[in-house]
Ligand binder design. Sequence first.
Ligand SMILES: C[S@@+](CC[C@H](N)C(=O)[O-])C[C@H]1O[C@@H](n2cnc3c(N)ncnc32)[C@H](O)[C@@H]1O
Length: 213
Amino acid sequence: MGFVPAEIETYCIDHSTRPGQVAKDLQQHTLASVHGSNMLIGEMEASVLGFLIRLGKVKNILEFGTYTGYSALAMAEHLPQDGSVTTIDLNPETCKIASEFWSRSPHGKKIKQILKPGLEAMKDLPQKFDLIFIDADKNNYSNYLTWGLEHLSENGLIVVDNTLWSGKVLEASGDKQTESIKAHNELAKSLEGYTKTLLPIRDGMFLISKVTG
Ligand SMILES: C[S@@+](CC[C@H](N)C(=O)[O-])C[C@H]1O[C@@H](n2cnc3c(N)ncnc32)[C@H](O)[C@@H]1O
């Protein structure tokens, strides 16, 4: 679900920096022939992520939730040559599509794929990241956020997708995923020493960074 009228979003996308041709081809391929294509972040969110990456001089990114690799490639396009996106997913079929498209882009070499459940994969990642993008299983959002806070570089940023969950976060009581997202949002809200903003872009982008200085 989007919270902005479709024609306004189209106008915004038309006036924003857009993903490159391989990412566009990947988006089209996913929309045309992959199950669950509504999970793609889409061009508006890709543009916002790209802007944040350049603004924050981000060099290394961790993504929970690769799917067919669109968001990973869209983010990689904004990284310097020595930048990296490490992206985690447990679905070998969609990861295969991702690898195929990444290999067609000059930015694909910046992307490292981990084919494991997120909770398992993160145990093997001791390093810190400049940007952590959370877009995998909703029931683990609070776990990913808690881990992310410990693995964020000094000026790093966490971006959590789908945090408005089609507006279902307003329900007094919802299904398990809705309740997990609501719990995540309350956890994010309660964080001391961080600055937070929940933006109504696409399905909700929650931005969290440490207050420094
Ligand atoms: C919303 S999609 C990611 C979309 C992607 N970021 C994009 O915009 O191109 C969520 C992905 O999370 C993956 N996923 C679900 N449970 C997972 C888990 N426990 N660990 C890692 N990935 C998981 C799914 O296989 C799916 O590909």
